[in-house]
Ligand binder design. Sequence first.
Ligand SMILES: Cc1cc2nc3c(=O)[nH]c(=O)nc-3n(C[C@H](O)[C@H](O)[C@H](O)COP(=O)(O)OP(=O)(O)OC[C@H]3O[C@@H](n4cnc5c(N)ncnc54)[C@H](O)[C@@H]3O)c2cc1C
Length: 381
Amino acid sequence: MRTYDIVIAGAGCAGLSLLYRLLQDPVLSRQNILVLDKRQKNTNDRTWCYWERGEGAFESIVHRSWDRLAVCSGRMSNTLTIAPYRYKMIAGIDFYRHVLELAAGFPNVVFRYETITNMSVHKKQVQIRTAGSAYQCSYVFNSTPLFQPRRPRSQQMHFRGWRVTTPVDCFDTQQPVLMDFRVPQQEGAAFMYVLPVGRREALVEYTLIGSRIMKQGNYLSVIENYLSNVLGIATYDVTGEESGVLPLSCRYHARHYHRRIVHIGIAAGCLKPGSGYAFQFIQRQCDEVLALLRNNMFPVTKKRLLYGRFRWYDATLLRVVRNRNISFADMMETLFTRVPAPRILKFLENSTSFREECTIMRVFPPSVFVPAALKELINCK
Ligand SMILES: Cc1cc2nc3c(=O)[nH]c(=O)nc-3n(C[C@H](O)[C@H](O)[C@H](O)COP(=O)(O)OP(=O)(O)OC[C@H]3O[C@@H](n4cnc5c(N)ncnc54)[C@H](O)[C@@H]3O)c2cc1C
């Protein structure tokens, strides 16, 4: 059985973000590392967007970044200045290539494309079984769904998007549209997301929060209608597609299965249920893991990064959305009209003070939010 110091199980966002940091550390980069994934990362399967102050770990591959965002509904169209943040976009394929190119310079890093079927701990070693091989190591960083308990069905954020190009200038490259509510709302809280990569190129994504996944054709017909009837674009080519279903579960995710099998990424609860964003939480978690490894400490991040009162706020918001006591579009319209955008972004990255949170909460009707918050206070674990 081949033996490694570290196995990274899952070479997605979390696995490769951690590998990237390990390889930049003068000591940890000398470890023997095995990266396992069931498939190669050679397609542009997703676009990551996130907001950040200053420069981050992946600045060199940021494809576009913006200092403002738009939120639109039938009644309003708001341009939101987000300084000191910038909203940044990374193409999935650029991210994968960037990390894989760095790793290619390290003979002590091995990639294998195999499906992991089991992991178990024997004394101080973890044994990992795949369909055809077995490996052992001191630590596994796991971002695969292995070891995830069955959870009650939660709300989901589901989306499908087209990358489109147009023969004439159609998109405002100065501002992505974070949410445009001029789409049908009967299937759940729904909005369109438009990421203008160029004046003639954009990612146009139909996003819903609800429990029922629709047929593929339904998403596509909404996108078609939006392009032609709302944006007035008659001619375009579809050059790519992306889609996803993200479980918006507010339940506690164990951050490790065993002291030697540590979860990272969505498997560790890094997806913020109240927003559907995970990229920056994953980066923060990887920074913490690396700091702990450097200090020879147990590399499990503190609970406060992902839980605490912010999970309660997320659960409250999702309950209100689920109960449909108030329309999601109205709620977001109020929020983005009455609260400065940088404070909303700070809140969504779980960084606000309690005082700042109070200034956000008071814009919502207490008759809707207080009962939901009290119910979630009992449910939240
Ligand atoms: C299309 C899409 C767009 C998104 N856009 C954004 C965004 O703009 N901003 C944002 O913040 N978040 C976004 N997210 C959410 C989140 O950032 C991503 O889902 C992110 O990839 C999660 O990282 P992860 O490492 O936890 O999981 P993944 O990236 O999914 O990595 C898990 C890896 O484990 C592998 N794997 C699974 N099972 C096994 C097994 N048994 N054996 C071996 N390998 C296995 C998978 O192949 C995969 O590569 C998006 C998600 C999707 C799907």
